[in-house]
Design a binder for this molecule. Structure first.
Ligand SMILES: Cc1cc2nc3c(=O)[nH]c(=O)nc-3n(C[C@H](O)[C@H](O)[C@H](O)COP(=O)(O)OP(=O)(O)OC[C@H]3O[C@@H](n4cnc5c(N)ncnc54)[C@H](O)[C@@H]3O)c2cc1C
Length: 405
């Protein structure tokens, strides 16, 4: 193993960050992960670990735990104002060949798989980055300063690392006209192992009920908010409440519970599109580099696979970051671009824009058993945009799986 560029700072301890840290540590690097939250962040509704990411999980030895946390939904019903089901789809008919599990469970599993070998710093964030020929000087919001050989931003859609090293967010963020909000609600809000979805033109409210919990989700068409409003939870609550004002079903009750929830999650449905993911000694992984858009169902898979490839390329290049970052982009970019193109097309159909489009979607759902119709319905349903094939059936073979001597 090379002695070059072994000290790597990773910003973000969600999915991409710990996956990258695992593989870097295993390849003989010394990763340090800084996370703004006080601990691994819970929250979010179930996400999918698909195909190649399942293989990454297997190689990390966490696949049994991932499988154990699996959620199995029996069906999805579209309900009307009075709560009557207008159409029901048996979930097995559109399930992707992956593992669906609560997002927080995956984050915790990945964290625990790395906690013994990796230094984690919670409750802090990078504040400034300054590169020179030999490394990167980093200052932190809580006041410290450290020097690293390389820095990786795995800090999500609104990556600060990206803003510091590559430029402001609006150059790269493509707002897909919708916002999403989610939070855990009490189990009595849903039906066991079912998804209930309620639509009005341009908006959708729903409940996923699984295991011992239920998560409410709202998706709605809304113009982009100012950057400054991104962390204003009170404003988010107001925007959400106004968007769904006067709606039927159990929407008023769900709104009240979600906006009061400690894990209230609110974000834009957006993609990150960049010509390059690296600038000198700084690179990006996961949503920070290439968010395919929330609800795509593939953000987690791309994040895990990309992190695996990046670590492997750094190892294969003996720590030569120029070579490694170029190969990482070369190998990973095709899947990302194909996935993003498909999801952008599908995003407009996630929340039908008119009453007639909602009726058509419900009608088509009743004919689910017809294969031709089924494939069209698949693109109407959340989190199932068809990008699984983009990696083929396995993860890229480059990274050596062996632990370095
Ligand atoms: C709380 C939460 C809930 C989510 N819910 C859903 C969901 O319901 N459905 C879905 O499809 N996707 C959801 N996502 C996004 C999903 O996790 C990602 O699309 C995907 O897993 C890729 O992960 P990532 O690690 O690249 O980015 P993310 O999961 O977005 O993680 C980024 C991490 O970086 C941290 N961070 C941000 N800024 C800084 C900073 N300046 N310094 C240090 N750390 C920082 C964040 O706290 C977070 O832990 C959610 C993300 C979060 C953070």
């Amino acid at each position: 193993m090379t002695a070059r560029n072994r000290n790597v700072l990773i910003s973000g301890a969600s999915v991409a960050g710990p996956t990258l840290a695992y593989w870097l540590a295993r390849h003989g690097f010394r990763p340090v992960v800084v996370e703004r939250a006080a601990g691994p962040r819970e929250g979010g509704y179930p996400i999918d670990v698909i195909g190649p990411a399942t293989e990454v999980a297997r190689r990390m030895g966490v696949l049994p735990r991932v499988r154990q946390a699996r959620v199995e939904m029996k069906g999805l019903s579209f309900v009307d104002r009075s709560g009557r089901s207008r159409a029901r789809v048996a979930t097995g008919r559109f399930a992707a060949p992956g593992i669906e599990l609560p997002r927080g469970d995956l984050v915790r599993i990945l964290y625990e798989a790395t906690a013994d070998d990796v230094e984690y710093v919670f409750g802090d964030s990078v504040s400034t980055l300054e590169q020179d020929g030999d490394g990167v000087n980093v200052t932190f919001e809580r006041g410290g300063a450290r020097r690293f050989d390389l820095v990786v931003g795995a800090d999500g859609l609104h990556s600060l690392t990206r803003a510091l090293a590559m430029g402001e967010e609006r150059r790269f963020l493509r707002h897909l006209d919708h916002y999403v909000a989610a939070a855990d609600v009490s189990k009595d809000m849903g039906v066991d192992d079912e998804v209930l979805l309620y639509n009005e033109p341009g908006r959708m409210a729903g409940v996923y009920s699984y295991l011992d919990r239920a998560t409410a989700i709202f998706v709605f068409r809304h113009p982009e908010l100012d950057g400054a409003d991104r962390r204003d939870a009170a404003l988010h609550g107001r925007v959400l409440t106004e968007a769904f004002a006067g709606d039927g079903w159990r929407v008023p009750e769900l709104l009240a519970r979600v906006t009061a929830a400690p894990d209230f999650y609110f974000d834009s449905v957006s993609q990150i599109r960049m010509d390059r993911w690296s600038a000198g000694r700084v690179t990006l992984a996961g949503d920070a580099a290439h968010c395919p858009a929330l609800l795509s169902g593939h953000g987690t898979t791309l994040a895990m696979t990309g992190a695996y490839v990046l670590a492997g390329e750094l190892y294969a290049a003996g720590g030569d970051y120029r070579t490694a970052f170029a190969r990482y982009e070369e190998r990973h970019r095709g899947a990302v671009e194909r996935g993003q193109a498909k999801i952008a097309e599908g995003a407009g159909r996630l929340v039908p824009g008119s009453a007639s489009a909602i009726r058509t979607r419900n009608l088509l759902s009743r004919f689910w058993m017809l294969p031709a119709v089924a494939s069209r319905i698949g693109s109407l349903l959340p989190r199932r945009a068809p990008v699984l094939d983009d990696y083929g059936s396995g993860v890229p073979a480059t990274p050596p799986a062996a632990r370095p001597a």
